[in-house]
Design a protein around this ligand. Structure first.
Ligand SMILES: [Zn+2]
Length: 322
């Protein structure tokens, strides 16, 4: 098998000076480790630009050996403050995927509400609270399985989180009706956090000016939905609405005939793929953990690795080399 079109894609979320941050419990990559990782990449990989990947997909142009693409999800101000200056120091391009809602409203995404809750509250207390709320609302206005049935269904550990954490995440991300999920998450946020949702949103996300600056500095900007929903779980109408909204809010930062999709939570289905292709997407990024092979993999379903799969955090990438 030719290895010339294999592409490692590394995925980042929070990157910050964790020890000196207000919420050191947040699961993020410490800035010193990020620098070490970039140093490792500069010695062992060819960090390429998204434009090269697009050319490769379109024209079959081959990629350098050990090609690596750096992707940053969710539009965090961390990416502007910490990631971009270091990327520039190394001469690397980053690709930044920004949910439309983060910079058009001062609303906190559910995903971040949860991350901060999990960083600040005791996990067993959170599980108890979530179960209590589930039982409190059942039958009044909503109908869904009992908290114990939901526990059976969702409390399954993955390679980063224990089963308690996954239970809280899944139930509040996708397991309950949307309006109820929001209500419970906001209730818990008020109970455990010493900051309002609005203030945290203000502190957490990039502004339009910052996004524009990143673009001017040669960074690549892409689509990550509007509301950061699990697109594969939405009705067709809701899914299309979310994607259309994200394209509208991001129109100043992307090429509307050739844009890159990054599925929130890695969630998509055939309807999503058909629709984004219709709308001009040329590449799609998932959370499947594998090395991409351009030409063999569907360009709308490219797998990625997590930054924890590379030194100094880990060496899972080694097992994926062959
Ligand atoms: Zn995301």
């Amino acid at each position: 098998m030719s290895s010339e079109n294999r592409l490692f894609i590394s995925m980042y979320h929070y990157i910050r000076d964790l020890q000196h941050s207000r919420y050191p419990g947040i699961k993020g990559l410490d800035i010193t480790l990020f620098r070490k990782q970039l140093e490792f990449f500069s010695e062992n990989f060819n960090v390429i630009r998204m434009e090269q990947v697009i050319e490769c997909v379109k024209n079959g142009q081959s990629l350098p050996e050990n090609s690596l693409l750096l992707t940053f999800d969710d539009g965090y101000i961390d990416h502007y403050t910490y990631a971009m200056p270091l990327l520039e120091e190394y001469g690397f391009q980053g690709s930044f995927f920004i949910p439309g809602k983060t910079f058009t409203t001062h609303q906190l995404l559910d995903v971040n509400k949860l991350h901060y809750l999990l960083a600040c509250a005791d996990i067993n207390q959170l599980v108890a609270d979530v179960k209590e709320r589930i039982d409190y609302y059942r039958g009044v206005e909503y109908d869904y399985p009992t908290s114990e049935e939901l526990w059976e269904q969702y409390a399954v550990a993955n390679r980063f989180d224990n089963k308690e954490t996954i239970f809280v995440k899944r139930v509040l991300q996708t397991g309950l009706p949307e309006r109820l999920r929001n209500e419970i998450a906001s209730y818990l946020f008020q109970k455990y956090m010493d900051i309002t949702e609005e203030q945290l949103a203000f502190d957490l996300y990039m502004t339009p000016e910052q996004i524009q600056t990143m673009k001017r500095h040669g960074m690549f900007i892409g689509i990550h939905g509007y509301d950061h929903y699990w697109l594969g779980n939405l009705s067709q109408t809701e899914m299309k609405q979310d994607i259309v909204r994200s394209l509208e809010t991001m129109k100043d930062y992307i090429d509307q005939d050739e844009w890159v999709m990054n599925y929130p939570y890695g969630s998509y289905n055939d309807d999503v793929l058909r629709f984004i292709q219709e709308k001009g997407a040329c590449i799609g990024l998932t959370t499947e953990v594998r090395v991409a092979d351009i030409g063999k993999d569907s360009s709308l379903c490219l797998p990625r690795l997590d930054c924890n799969d590379f030194p100094p955090k880990g060496d899972n990438y080694l097992g994926l080399l062959s």
